[in-house]
Design a protein around this ligand. Structure first.
Ligand code: FE2
Length: 332
């Protein structure tokens, strides 16, 4: 739409008030030629304004929110991502992953990435140790496969893995940290298998000495996460799977500070018997985690996401079409 046309439709600037400000902002934003970002901004403004109307937001409260977001941004650096933590603790990260990476029955569910993923990862071979600087850690053998929904093994999958040490700290949180530890990437073999030696993960508090910690305290919430191991599985042609495995029975299993636990991702610790110990070169009695990951094809995931989007938005009364896999208003 031409700027002159938009301007002609605007209410008089002197007359803006709680009743017509939203329409005014929608109109002045409507010049955006990108249909998806135009739709996102229209909905963002709608919900932000409704939030202020719903709560009868005071100026002091609005400023407190601005200050909180400013502090949250300021504390971020290359290794601390407080914004992701905020998203995680408000349940937004889990929500976005569920919408963007729907998983059909029989495939492995995704969960939150968390704030401690890094791109600086050493490659490890099957059977390698991934944790070196943790003498008090309880050794664990992790034995996994990667298959498709038809139970066919997938070779050549890149698997990123990261975990805490036995004190509940990731390498990037430790003052003696100089090289990556407790994290790596591996490639699944021709049987879709991968295995490594780590330490039994423990529950740990998310960083709570910053703005997010203050928010949790205000909400009378604890900052703890149940013990888990993180994984990202990716291979061209398959929907990238960001997930984690959680030790069943953890104290925080049902109150994870970042809402990541799903029952399909709960695992039991077993122990290596003689044959397993011999096969994987560990001591008899070593703790063992076994899990079979199931990946969905990229195409199936895209189709499911488009179907879910149309159904969900039609239920809300929005007529949409799917462009580049994402919904936009169907106004043509
Ligand atoms: Fe974690």
């Amino acid at each position: 739409m031409e700027p002159s046309v938009v301007l002609a439709k605007l209410p008089k600037l002197l007359d803006l008030n709680a009743d017509n400000i939203t329409e005014n902002v929608h109109l002045i934003n409507s010049k955006n030629p990108d249909v998806r970002s135009k739709y996102i901004m229209e909905r963002l403004v709608h919900h932000l304004h409704e939030f202020a109307r719903d709560t009868r937001l005071s100026t002091d409260e609005w400023m407190a929110g601005i200050q909180f977001l400013t502090e949250t941004g300021k504390i971020c650096d290359d290794e601390r991502q407080e914004m992701v933590l905020l998203s995680d603790t408000l349940g937004l990260s889990l929500l976005v992953d569920s919408i963007d990476h729907p998983k059909p029955d029989g495939s492995t569910e995704g969960t939150v990435l968390g704030p401690f993923h890094t791109h600086n990862l050493p490659e490890k071979a099957n059977g390698d140790k991934i944790m070196h600087n943790d003498p008090d850690g309880t050794p664990v053998l992790v034995v996994c496969t990667v298959k498709d929904v038809n139970e066919q093994p997938i070779k050549g999958v890149r698997i990123e893995i990261w975990e805490t040490d036995s004190t509940g700290s990731y390498d990037v949180q430790r003052t003696d940290h100089s090289v990556p530890d407790g994290r790596c990437f591996m490639i699944s073999d021709h049987n879709g298998a991968f295995w490594f030696k780590g330490v039994v993960p423990v529950s740990y508090p998310i960083p709570h000495d910053g703005p997010v910690g203050k928010m949790l305290k205000m909400l009378s919430r604890h900052p703890w996460r149940p013990a888990h191991l993180h994984f990202i599985l990716s291979r061209p042609g398959y929907d990238r799977l960001i997930t984690a495995l959680y030790l069943k029975g953890d104290t925080y299993e049902t109150s994870d500070a970042v809402f990541g636990v799903k029952s399909s991702l709960l695992i039991d610790l077993s122990q290596a018997d003689e044959s397993l110990a011999k096969k994987y070169d560990v001591k008899v009695g070593t703790k063992v985690i076994k899990y079979d990951f199931v990946l969905v094809s990229e195409q199936e995931s895209l189709e499911l996401r488009a179907k879910n989007s149309k159904e969900a938005l039609e239920l809300l009364g929005h007529k949409v079409k799917i462009i580049n896999g994402l919904p936009v208003p169907d106004i043509d």
